[in-house]
Design a protein. Sequence first.
Length: 310
Amino acid sequence: MSVKPMPVATSISQPFWQALNEGELLIQQCEDCRGFVFYPRNHCTHCMSDKLSWKPVSGEATLYTYTLTRVPTLPELADEMPQALAVVELKEGVRVNTTLTGLDESEIRVGMKLKPVFHKVDARGNTLLRFTAEHKALDMIPYNNPFESLNRNAKGQIQVPISNLAAMSALANNEFTDWSEAITVDQALINAFADLSGDNYWIHTDPDKAAKESPFGTTIAHGSLVQVLQSRMQFALPFEVVGFKTMVNYGSNRLRFPAPVPAGSQIHARAKVKAVDATPKGMQLTLEVNIHVVGQERPSVINDLVIFYR
């Protein structure tokens, strides 16, 4: 994920995005009428045939039209102003919405010859297609790791300033931390939570009845108890957000209890940054926390925890 909105590959468009990641431009061609098709779809726009195949093309193009945006269309794009939004026409006849790069405003002319630029936008190799003038010595924009120049704290965590949008964006890499230490959820702990919460339902507190009547064959922990135990399981985040005045636990965007935790189970947790968003209230970080019974693939708790930094 990224602070900047990124395209989402579908089953139809996946070959296009995968090819960009590999430094190649593919578009569809109809096997019946030989016409080229873009954007990716199931049927030919010329003859409606469903026999489309992906073909490599050079990317040679001309500028069909463009506009310069001086006010960000989204706050996340403020660092790209002015942004040259363009429609280019490939020599195969299809038109592609894109952005121009490596050009001064004075160089941009409708009808100018263009070539593709493969812009690596993250450490995983995800690539966007941009265009520049055909005479420019620019074919690829490498990924600029925003963490390289940042300091680390005594624990070895990268210190990411809240004002560094590129680094904050890069935190949302969809990679889980290592597992926390495991803790045991025994019947005494379940009973203590039942006393505290007032939820004394037998499936949690009556082992004899649960052994006979519960589909789980034993008592199970309250979902809320397992969620609360998250604070006792310390997973090591590889970063520390710095440079803010206040940090607020805003709640959860999503909270689910997909699998039970039988009494006596050991549980552990891990987390990943699911999204980072710049909002009028500040920087919003969504941390997806998964709690599992040790050895179980299906999580017992999925909690999308929302944290605001100001």
